[in-house]
Design a binder for this molecule. Structure first.
Ligand SMILES: [Zn+2]
Length: 393
């Protein structure tokens, strides 16, 4: 048996009044997703803990069956692994957003994409400036994909007892606030402020940018996915976060050159890569990012269009896969409300089909239809056991 898990980031949504109470997924009327539901079983998956709003880091780790309390140290180390940045025991890693800055240090765009050459010049400028006058700490910034980057701090006087905030559009640049009155907290906040200052620059176009670190964490050691489940796995993803999770779980990471994490991403290339990888691996996790980004942008039309594109990609997968010995799961990692432009704790629809998985009579893939499905309501940490039901490991 082979397994393909298709995670469509933030695809699930809430009913929208402008759509007469339907969700973007319901309006997209995705025929291949509906077909998958009609030959399998649906259910809705809730976050393990309902008191925190999940990001994709927590959600995807949960889906893969990792205990968050035991293994999650922050988003930064996962992003660092995805960027090929190795961490030592004392290092801190942060996710970074390149932001466009306006008057009064207001964030005009928290997802400002720089051309690769400009991003490389920025990396170099930060490297040179940060190497001057700092004896006790090394600072490494690496641009990864689009507006994303990773900051690694290496030194023994560092602590995570500081507040960092994910940058938000039209908010001010957040301060790095020590959470305790220790030399380490004061020092780490100073280092982050210094990095931020060094990163501020004006591009040739006259726009001003800064690099904002958030989501810090220490090195994490995840048990190998293959040891846990007894089979070899791979991830096909564009964004460093998912590549990093794959790397740290001991999975193969498949690069698709046109995978941008945006609306223009090469879904045909990703489907092809997933199908080819499935010939060698027992399980492939195929991740699509753009639905989440479009939701954060409040781009309803774009989100619906992207769901239709994902549906066409799914059709291509279904045309080229042997469903008698391949089990496909389609799910959203978390809900992202296009109206609120943020993640919510609402449960997400899941369908599992193929490989003799039972049919439950549901013929539509949506937030509402999945509630009536045979898989019922379950926690993200139970997903793998649902997927592997009645299979021999
Ligand atoms: Zn998101």
């Amino acid at each position: 048996m082979r397994f393909l898990i298709v995670v469509v980031d933030g695809m699930a949504d809430r009913p929208i009044s402008k759509l007469c109470g339907r969700t973007p997924l319901e309006l997209a009327d995705a025929e291949n997703m509906n077909y998958l539901a009609s030959i399998g079983s649906s259910g809705i998956m809730a976050p393990e803990k309902t008191n925190i709003t999940l990001g994709s880091d927590l959600a995807v780790l949960s889906i893969l069956g990792y205990d968050l309390e035991k293994y999650y140290t922050g988003r930064g180390p996962l992003e660092a692994a995805g960027a090929g940045v190795d961490m030592n025991k004392w290092d801190l890693a942060f996710r970074c957003n390149i932001c466009e800055i306006g008057p009064g240090r207001t964030i005009l765009n928290e997802k400002a994409e720089l051309p690769k050459e400009e991003a490389l010049r920025l990396e170099e400028r930060i490297r040179v400036a940060c190497s001057k006058g700092l004896k006790d700490v090394e600072i490494l910034f690496k641009h990864t994909l689009g507006f994303r980057g990773v900051l690694l701090l290496r030194g023994k006087m560092l602590t995570l007892n500081i507040v960092t905030t994910q940058p938000k559009r039209f908010a001010s640049i957040p301060d790095f606030v020590p959470l305790e009155r220790t030399e380490e907290a004061k020092y780490t906040a100073e280092i982050l402020s210094r990095f931020l200052k060094i990163s501020e620059h004006e591009s040739e176009s006259g726009k001003k940018y800064a690099v904002l670190p958030w989501g810090g964490g220490t090195k994490t050691n995840l048990p190998k996915f293959s040891d846990r489940y007894g089979f070899e796995a791979a991830v096909v993803a564009g964004v460093p976060l998912i590549k990093g999770i794959g790397t740290l779980c001991g999975m193969s990471v498949v690069d698709v050159p046109g995978a941008t994490g945006n609306f223009d991403t090469d879904l045909h290339g990703k489907a092809k890569a997933a199908l080819e990888t499935l010939r060698e691996k027992d399980l492939v996790l195929l991740h699509i990012e753009a639905t989440d980004e479009l939701s954060h942008d409040g781009n309803l039309e774009g989100k619906i269009e992207m769901i239709k594109k994902v549906d066409r990609m799914l059709g291509e997968v279904l045309d080229n896969i042997a469903l008698e010995n391949t089990r496909i799961a389609l799910l959203s990692d978390h809900t992202t409300s296009v109206e609120l432009r943020s993640h919510t704790n609402d449960p997400v629809p899941v369908v599992i089909a193929g490989g003799s998985f039972p049919r439950d009579g549901i013929e539509e893939y949506s937030e509402t239809a999945a509630r009536r499905g045979g898989l019922g309501l379950f926690k993200a940490e139970e997903f793998m056991s649902k997927l592997l039901k009645n299979t021999k490991l």
